[in-house]
Design a binder for this molecule. Structure first.
Ligand code: TYD
Length: 208
């Protein structure tokens, strides 16, 4: 891969989206070519699949069907947007990727996590170079989400216990590979951004 692939992860309302925008701005300000995108979605087609996933009743799909929908959306996003951007040398920042599927759909089901990893190997084939996991108190983040006035709350509807489990899942995931950077998200935006920026500078050899 010529470019770099950075992902942002965390429970709902953890501040990934804001941090993605701040990171994009900062990288542009030091002259880097950046492409910011998100999952599920990031390109038409994948955004249409997103509608099926983030809206409606929480039990509208079985776990496996949901995994397949996420991967259909991811494969389309990969072909149309992610690979062309990475192969043109850009720093791609993606708000959520396969780690979200491991945490949200895999939950504690080992067989499902295995299926997710197999699907990632066979139909996606890339692993991020660097993944920020923004860790936040689920009580605070869930309140933030509920204030958003959005109808994309299918996963928020799973409630506080689910968000707490997801938080734990992310923390244990962060210990599994070197690419994971666990970031304390219980701080002001600029402080969280500075923590992320410090790591990105090291990773990209940016001298400040
Ligand atoms: P997102 O737009 O990142 O929501 P937020 O900004 O609130 O974090 O993601 C939408 C929802 O999709 C989110 O609740 C998490 C869920 N999701 C999964 O369950 N599995 C996945 O693989 C992905 C990418 C997202």
């Amino acid at each position: 891969m010529i470019g770099k692939f950075i992902t942002l992860e965390g429970i709902d309302g953890s501040g990934k989206t804001t941090q993605g925008l701040l990171l994009e701005k900062k990288l542009l300000s030091v002259g880097r070519k950046v492409f910011l995108t998100r999952e599920p979605g990031g390109v038409s087609g994948a955004e249409e699949i997103r509608e099926l996933l983030v809206k409606g009743k929480k039990d509208r799909w079985s776990n496996i069907t949901e995994v397949l929908l996420f991967f259909a959306s991811r494969r389309h996003h990969l072909e149309k947007v992610l690979l062309p951007a990475i192969n043109s040398g850009k720093i791609v920042i993606c708000d959520r990727f396969t780690d979200s599927t491991i945490i949200y759909q895999g939950r504690e089901d080992k067989e499902l996590v295995e299926l997710i990893n197999q699907l990632n190997d066979t139909v996606i084939g890339i692993i991020p170079d660097l993944t920020f996991i923004i860790d936040i108190n689920p009580e605070i983040s869930l309140k933030r989400c509920m204030k958003r006035n959005s109808n994309e709350i299918r996963f928020e509807k799973l409630g506080l216990n689910f968000q707490k489990k997801a938080q734990k899942g992310y923390i244990s995931l962060s210990q599994k590979e070197k690419r994971y950077q666990l970031i304390d998200g219980n701080n002001k935006e600029e402080i969280v951004h500075n923590l992320i920026w410090e790591k990105v500078c090291k990773f990209l050899n940016i001298l400040e």
